[in-house]
Design a protein around this ligand. Structure first.
Ligand code: GLY
Length: 397
């Protein structure tokens, strides 16, 4: 009886403390602890991946590690995450590991068959260059940016995502493609070639015009004709053509936040805020703020990757002020807090050495459903670093 009363008193004071903390805007996030965990978990990942042609991606249905080749759109995320760990702990051991897994992607600089070179090259080489100024990394990226730009057709006014799409379409563009523009803005600045800048702006303008619905949710796949006319609006990884695939919403949010950063054109800021409001005000978004894999599928699998991407984007968006800035910041913190709980964060040595559980890659294709995904970890670490930077009143990187 006495014990019970003691426990109740303890519980009462914990609740009072928690509500006091949230009232003054403090978070339970412990970035140092999370990076220590990430480093330990990824030590296991490095030990399990001696062959640098096999990039950590996810978990197979039988529980075994799912590795991919450098041609796969995700090959840059592991190196990128290793740079984030190095950024936090400055330990040369992590620099060496990041260098190794960055250079493992180098040959993709010549790849003109993918629109994903931003993910593949800018995440590892871009972060590596930012942290080390290694001129070799710059060279790789400038070659890669030229390869990516070959996929822009000025008559259509967009970078082509895939070679074709079911139904005989020959110029599909996916919302994910907004994420590759940051790389081209970097290339424009470093090379002085304005074309990279201009084509990114054209791509973003056409995407804003055609990919978005009046409620600021986006389609996944737009199929264009030879002169830039819209032939069809479809989905590939979402639940339906007319639904809002969660990761697609997060890619768009991140992409238009970057558009504002790089151009300072207020129309992109408005657009990013409208996307954020669609996302955060959506009645199917759970209280813990990590979405189901599609906004039309409450109760089904979550997508931690969408949550991590959105958290990182919202932290940047919050720095641009406006009446909802605080809401964006608090929501992002909540997302990172949720991802840092045992509901989403794996136990040490489990989860094939990935940090986060419960992402969904391609549910309609029955592929990568409720699994770890390498890019969920990447954007989670990025979000934590951004949170720490803002807390310390530092400029975002
Ligand atoms: N860019 C592919 C995806 O988000 O699954």
């Amino acid at each position: 009886m006495i014990m019970q009363r003691k426990s109740l008193v303890k519980l009462y004071f914990s609740l009072v403390l928690l509500s006091a903390l949230s009232a003054i805007g403090q978070s339970k996030l412990d970035v140092k602890k999370e990076f220590e965990f990430a480093a330990k978990q990824y030590e296991g990942m490095l030990a399990a991946h001696q062959d640098i042609t096999k990039f950590p991606q996810s978990t197979n249905p039988d529980g075994s590690p799912r590795d991919m080749k450098s041609e796969w759109w995700c090959s840059g995320f592991f190196g990128g995450s290793l740079w984030y760990i190095y950024q936090f702990n400055h330990d040369p051991k992590w620099k060496a590991a990041a260098e190794k897994w960055t250079m493992a992607v180098e040959k993709e600089k010549f790849n003109t068959r993918t629109h994903d070179l931003g993910f593949m090259l800018y995440c590892p080489f871009g972060n590596g260059y930012r942290l080390t100024k290694n001129p070799d990394y710059k060279e790789v990226m400038l070659v890669g940016a030229k390869s990516l730009a070959t996929r822009f057709n000025s008559k259509v006014g967009l970078i082509k995502s895939w070679e074709s799409f079911k139904g005989g379409y020959k110029y599909p563009v996916i919302i994910d493609n907004m994420m590759n523009l940051e790389f081209l803005f970097w290339a424009a600045k470093e090379s002085g070639n304005k074309d990279f800048y201009n084509l990114s702006v054209t791509h973003a303008d056409n995407t804003m015009k055609n990919h978005y619905r009046p409620d600021y949710s986006s389609y996944h796949v737009l199929c264009y004709g030879d002169n830039g006319e819209v032939l069809a609006r479809k989905t590939h990884q979402g639940a339906a053509d007319e639904s809002a695939w969660s990761r697609g919403q997060a890619w768009g949010l991140y992409g238009y936040t970057v558009m504002y950063r790089e151009t300072k054109d207020a129309k992109y800021l408005d657009h990013a805020r409208n996307i954020a409001n669609f996302y955060l005000n959506n009645p199917t978004l759970p209280a813990d703020k990590i979405p189901y894999w599609d906004f039309s599928k409450p109760g089904e699998e979550r997508d931690a990757s969408a949550g991590a991407i959105a958290a990182s984007a919202l932290l940047e968006l919050s720095t641009y002020g406006g009446k909802d800035a605080k809401k964006y910041y608090n929501s992002a913190v909540k997302m990172l807090e949720t991802l840092s709980t045992p509901a989403f964060k794996a136990e040490l040595g489990k989860n094939n050495h990935f940090i986060l559980m419960h992402s969904t890659g391609h549910k309609p294709g029955n592929s990568e459903v409720d699994v770890p995904l390498v890019y969920a970890d990447y954007y989670y670490l990025e979000g934590l670093l951004r949170y720490e930077a803002l807390k310390n009143k530092q400029k975002l990187f």
